[in-house]
Design a protein around this ligand. Structure first.
Ligand SMILES: C[S@@+](CC[C@H](N)C(=O)[O-])C[C@H]1O[C@@H](n2cnc3c(N)ncnc32)[C@H](O)[C@@H]1O
Length: 286
């Protein structure tokens, strides 16, 4: 695989390639098809956090010292999120998608790239308010194990509450956000019943396969970090995993329009960035 060089200095390009190669060959974390500009920044952040003078020094450490891996993966991935981030998306889910999901006797939802869990709790709150939580199984996946542990804990600093509450209202919240958490000692802890039917598990969109048929895939603000080929791979997994008539929600700057898998989907709610899995001609022959 060749990586497009965008860094000015050819030595930096080779150094970054070798670092990514080492991470992949030694630990099977494959960042080689991530968008290059963000990779340069993330790798440099990892270098700084580990106190290394160069990426080559960091490469030497990751080859032999597994204990630095969680810090490196944390630095290489971006966990920025909010509860009900982009309320338009959740409003569209509530108004347009939920009426269709309601017709299924049981539901499975895949939150791919769940980071610290904000997207999962947003969906769980929405499903609870719409009376669907008890018949839904959620899969919350990410390649970052530390993020998964934070997602499972469901505890956030209390100073994030004003944004969370504002987003919840804008997303058409049916009650008050306080119905779903308890606040103490500067933190908010989401109701554990929201995650009772959630499987938190490691899954890498760059390397792993589909694990279940689902009715909704919510994969927001993950594809933006991928190059076109990796975006295509991930969208292929979603096309394969979604039941016919199931829904795919992407981030506000993401699209599947240019993907080879676009033929498996129909636009469903454009402002909300939601697509619907169609039955394509090749499905009929599968
Ligand atoms: C910016 S966060 C998105 C959080 C949430 N989905 C949202 O929209 O608010 C991106 C997440 O994608 C995860 N991620 C990046 N590459 C991934 C991959 N190849 N497979 C699975 N998750 C990945 C990162 O670890 C990070 O937690």
């Amino acid at each position: 695989m060749t990586l497009a060089p965008v860094a000015a200095d050819p030595a930096d390009v080779v150094e970054l390639d070798l670092f990514l190669e080492a991470l992949h060959r030694r630990w099977h974390y494959d960042f080689r098809s991530y968008s290059r500009a963000s990779l340069v920044r993330r790798a440099d952040l990892a270098r700084q956090r580990l106190g290394c003078a160069s990426l080559s020094e960091l490469q030497g450490r990751i080859l032999r010292d597994e204990s630095v891996l969680p810090d490196v993966i944390d630095a290489m991935t971006v966990q920025v999120s909010e509860l009900f981030r982009d309320p338009t998306y959740y409003l569209a889910l509530r108004r347009e998608v939920i009426p269709h999901l309601r017709t299924f006797p049981s539901l499975k939802v895949w939150v791919a790239g769940c980071a610290d869990g904000e997207e999962l709790y947003s969906l769980a709150i929405l499903f609870r308010e719409e009376g669907l939580l008890d018949r839904t199984l959620f899969y919350a996946t990410d390649l970052n194990r530390r993020a998964l542990a934070r997602a499972e804990a469901g505890v956030y600093p209390i100073d994030r509450l004003p944004v969370f509450s504002q987003n919840y209202q804008r997303a058409g919240g049916a009650g008050t956000l306080a119905d779903h958490y308890t606040a103490a000692y500067g933190r908010v802890a989401f109701d554990r019943r929201l995650r009772e039917r959630t499987v938190f598990t490691e899954h890498n969109l760059a390397a792993d396969q589909v694990f279940s048929e689902v009715h909704l895939v919510s994969c927001r603000n993950v594809l933006i970090y991928f190059d076109a080929s990796l975006q295509d791979r991930a969208l292929g997994l979603f096309a394969e995993g979604l039941a016919r008539g199931g829904f795919l929600g992407l981030g506000s700057h993401e699209t599947l329009r240019f993907s080879t898998h676009a033929r498996h989907f129909a636009a469903f709610d454009e402002p909300g960035r939601i697509w619907r899995r169609t039955a394509s001609p090749e499905d009929a022959h599968a």
